[in-house]
Design a protein around this ligand. Structure first.
Ligand code: DQA
Length: 169
């Protein structure tokens, strides 16, 4: 470990690099990724996506400790937003079909008031009309749709940059 006096990075010696915690939440049917409509959602499974996100988080600057959670139940997701989300620095949420009608998810996001990126694997605006509306998008920091699993990665990259910037203010 470099002595502080020899540190040329300007970011300290490693012990004092600020790490941020981000929770990645996935809603109903996203546990079926890889088997579910692969023409729309691709062949990558959720555990594969989650492992990649944990790995990516640790390489970002500032690094993110990535926690993941999936549920098919609206109440469990509300609990996760209130609990894990409320104590995290940022949230990535793919609410699945709940996106389109869950006022409860939206209220939970508003209550915890964390930087939140809404992610959809598919381009919801190019699909059926009922998918064009998102209850949660108006209270999200931003949304990413149609980029497949890469969308989650972009969300983490944004949150790292955003949280790092906020921290220096
Ligand atoms: C989805 C899009 C939703 O409309 C759908 O109900 C999902 C997945 C997506 O990631 O593209 O379950 O959120």
């Amino acid at each position: 470990m470099a002595h502080p006096d020899n540190d040329t990075t300007g970011r300290g010696t490693g012990d004092d690099i600020r790490r941020f915690r981000v929770v990645v939440l996935n809603g109903p049917n996203l546990n079926m990724l890889g088997r579910r409509e692969p023409g729309i959602y691709g062949s990558t499974t959720l555990p594969e996506i989650e492992a990649r996100l944990r790995e990516l988080g640790s390489t970002l600057d500032p690094p993110l400790d990535v926690e993941t959670f999936q549920s098919n139940h609206e109440g469990a997701l509300v609990d996760a937003i209130q609990g894990r989300g409320g104590s995290a620095d940022g949230i990535v949420l793919n609410g699945g079909a709940l996106t389109h009608y869950s006022i409860a998810l939206r209220d939970a996001l508003t209550a915890v008031n964390r930087p939140t990126i809404e992610v959809h694997l598919s381009n919801i605006h190019a699909r059926e009309e009922f998918r064009h509306q998102s209850m949660t998008a108006p209270v999200a920091t931003g949304i990413i749709a149609g980029l497949g699993p890469l969308g989650y990665e972009m969300a983490l990259r944004f949150l790292s940059a955003h949280l790092g910037r906020e921290d220096t203010r």
